[in-house]
Design a protein around this ligand. Structure first.
Ligand SMILES: C[S@@+](CC[C@H](N)C(=O)[O-])C[C@H]1O[C@@H](n2cnc3c(N)ncnc32)[C@H](O)[C@@H]1O
Length: 323
């Protein structure tokens, strides 16, 4: 089983077993679509032969395109970053290294600035390979592997206290490179990325979840962010794809159990009285960011829902079958 390269908010690693054991096997579906790709935990576990992956984030999409084309350059550049980062720390190298030196922080902020200077808008990147290398370096060294931008689109996450060395990721990068050879990579809104989906195609939707807010109102991260209307559009699209004969799986927050959303919008979209009979919903335990300290992050009950328009496939496979 291949593993994701990036740390990504909402990554599905904690729920992989629940997801994989319900999916049809490769011989049962035609093409695989993942319109909200992020770290792609499900895609990498599944290793589909005919994948279509998509995300709205232009730097993330460029990253996977460069992993497909130039993985060795990305590894080499990251080895060079690591040498300097370690040297500037002036401390002994360690896998879960505690970053204690200011010089290495300066190095991080220098690289962050270089990263932000490389892109001018969605389609204008001066040096796509360099951007992908820096994207990986920042993901490995920033606070909790977060990806957040300001109004101008500049990446603004501060330096983290731990980092993953590139040597740990080398094997994953080469494996991802190999899997991505048969994969189409796009940067579109999810609605466009699904236009071509048809009979027997498999689509896995893992949209940004509504997040906890004091007001209890639905998240609007930024203009055009993923608000309630977008979740409703996704639900409508799932019904349409069901009619086209596709296998559809959607994950979302279980907002009945938690106080993520007082209005229980997700429940309203995916309850049995709203969905056609072909759909079913199960509850699952995902990983919630309930503490900014990753060592104190725990699963808290049935945090997620998994909605499908198919029954779990007969040959109940588990995580281990994908190794
Ligand atoms: C919850 S994350 C997916 C996590 C992924 N399943 C994993 O294992 O890491 C949601 C992703 O949707 C992307 N996204 C947000 N709005 C989108 C849109 N309108 N169309 C396509 N992708 C979008 C975000 O950039 C983010 O990477």
């Amino acid at each position: 089983m291949a593993e994701p390269i990036l740390k990504w908010a909402g990554g599905k690693r904690a729920m992989l077993d629940e997801i994989l054991s319900r999916l049809p096997s490769k011989s049962q579906f035609n093409r695989y679509f993942e319109p909200f790709f992020g770290g792609g935990a499900v895609f990498f576990a599944l290793k589909p032969d005919n994948g279509h992956i998509n995300d709205i984030n232009p730097r993330l999409v460029n990253f996977y395109r460069q992993i497909k084309q130039s993985p060795e350059q990305i590894i080499t550049q990251n080895k060079e970053f690591d040498k300097k980062y370690k040297k500037q720390n002036g401390l002994r190298f360690n896998r879960d290294y505690k970053n204690q030196g200011n010089d290495s922080e300066d190095f991080y902020y220098e690289k962050r600035e270089e990263f932000n200077r490389l892109r001018d808008g969605v389609n204008k990147c001066e040096d796509p390979v360099r951007e992908a290398s820096l994207f990986l370096f920042l993901n490995r060294t920033c606070f909790n592997g977060l990806y957040r931008t300001n109004q101008k689109g500049d990446f603004n996450v501060p330096v983290g206290s731990k980092w993953t060395e590139i040597d740990v990721l080398e094997r994953r990068i080469r494996e991802a490179h190999r899997i991505l050879q048969g994969t189409t990579i796009t940067r579109q809104d999810f609605t466009q990325a699904c236009e071509d989906i048809g009979n027997n195609d498999l689509v896995f939707f893992d949209p940004p979840y509504p997040s906890v807010r004091k007001t209890g109102s639905f998240e609007k991260y930024h203009p055009g962010g993923f608000d309630y209307e977008r979740h409703r559009e996704l639900q409508q699209l799932a019904l349409e794809l069901d009619k086209r004969g596709a296998y559809v799986m959607i994950t979302n927050a279980n907002d009945l159990e938690s106080d993520i959303e007082k209005e229980h919008y997700v429940e309203k979209l995916y309850s049995a009285d709203v969905l056609p009979d072909s759909f079913r919903k199960i509850l699952a335990s995902g990983e919630r960011m309930i503490n900014s300290d990753s060592t104190k992050r725990t699963n808290i009950g049935e945090t997620d829902i998994i909605v499908t328009n198919f029954s779990p496939f007969d040959d109940q496979r588990t995580f281990d079958d994908f190794r």
